[in-house]
Design a protein around this ligand. Structure first.
Ligand code: NAP
Length: 283
């Protein structure tokens, strides 16, 4: 049976489903097509991919085979770090559209802030990349444009020069790694936050202290964490290959958390962290 999901209104009026299906580290394959088709059947409409995942063709194939109207979907992809000039963004975007067999995207993100090399250059490289995003947005080729992995110090200089305010910032966000200052800064500036790896890439599912909190509700750890994300107005993008996990995750929003349990999840010690810090990645 299909679950109908709430939607969140972004700062330009476009609506996004309140949970997304991630596709990181799933190879382009019939298995991925089948998995996305299963998710679509269950009610997922927001699919998150990226050029660097090299699986956009399978996402596009699943969308085509699903028979669901294009306008029902929210399809998001990301511009990889190697494509940070105006012309490269344009080429990369066209390639993503071609791979996805689409004529527009619902969302396009700068995958990582440019921070390598010259300590001053990164600010102008980020905004130069954004100028191409703004052009794609003005031309209606993408309905919303946004960022990923931008922390507060990246955002401050960026927002001062952006003509179009980013609609979203996709951050690693989960109990044990909450990036409080970046999340608060985004909220204050009307930028919706999406959580990547909300389940800590699966590593949080066996954490005894989170299991204990989940037991207060007779819910799974995955459901507890996804509900906690929504408590913070954060939109989780979770990967779930199997129909069982996909269904379970969709049914995470029909219970309330106590203030004590929210505080417990907010204040977990560092856990589940990917180790990816935007200023120290090698790309
Ligand atoms: N912007 C960025 O830089 C960035 C970086 C990383 C990721 N992302 C995006 O965020 C998405 C999510 O992150 P993620 O892939 O690291 O993982 P995640 O959602 O934190 O965890 C996925 C893992 O949890 C398992 N799982 C999911 N639901 C479950 C459930 N109900 N019960 C038990 N296990 C469950 C999955 O298993 P099965 O798959 O076997 O079901 C998978 O092993 C990515 O796929 C990608 O789209 C973005």
């Amino acid at each position: 049976m299909r679950t109908k999901l709430d939607k969140v209104k972004l700062n330009n009026g476009v609506k996004i489903p309140s949970i997304g299906l991630g596709t990181w580290q799933i190879p382009d394959s019939e298995a991925l097509v089948d998995s996305i088709l299963s998710a679509i059947q269950l009610g997922y409409r927001y699919i998150d991919t990226a050029a660097i995942y090299e699986n956009e063709p399978s996402v596009g194939e699943a969308l085509k085979r699903s028979g669901v109207k294009r306008s029902e979907f929210f399809i998001s992809s990301k511009c990889w770090a190697a494509n940070r000039t105006y012309d490269s963004v344009m080429r990369a975007f066209e390639e993503s559209l071609r791979n996805l067999k689409l004529d527009y995207l619902d969302c396009y993100l700068i995958h990582w802030p440019f921070t390598k090399g010259d300590p001053l250059a990164w600010q102008s490289v980020n905004i130069g990349t954004w100028r191409a995003f703004e052009k794609l947005y003005e031309e209606g080729l993408v309905k919303t444009i946004g960022l990923s992995n931008f922390q507060m110090h990246h955002l401050v200089s960026f927002l001062a020069r952006a003509n179009v305010k980013p609609a979203v910032n996709q951050l690693e966000f989960h109990p044990g790694y909450t990036q409080k200052s970046a999340v608060a800064f985004c909220k204050k500036n009307g930028i919706a936050v999406q959580a990547w790896s909300p389940l800590g890439h699966g590593t949080l599912l066996d954490e005894p202290i989170i299991k204990e909190v989940a037991s207060h509700y007779d819910r799974s750890v995955a459901q507890l964490i996804l509900r906690w994300c929504r408590h913070h107005d954060v939109i989780p993008v979770t990967r779930a290959l199997t129909a069982e996990h996909q269904r379970e995750n969709l049914n995470s929003f029909d219970f309330d958390l106590t203030a004590e349990d929210i505080a417990a999840l907010d204040n977990m010690p560092l856990m589940g962290f990917s180790g990816l810090e935007p200023d120290h990645v090698s790309f």
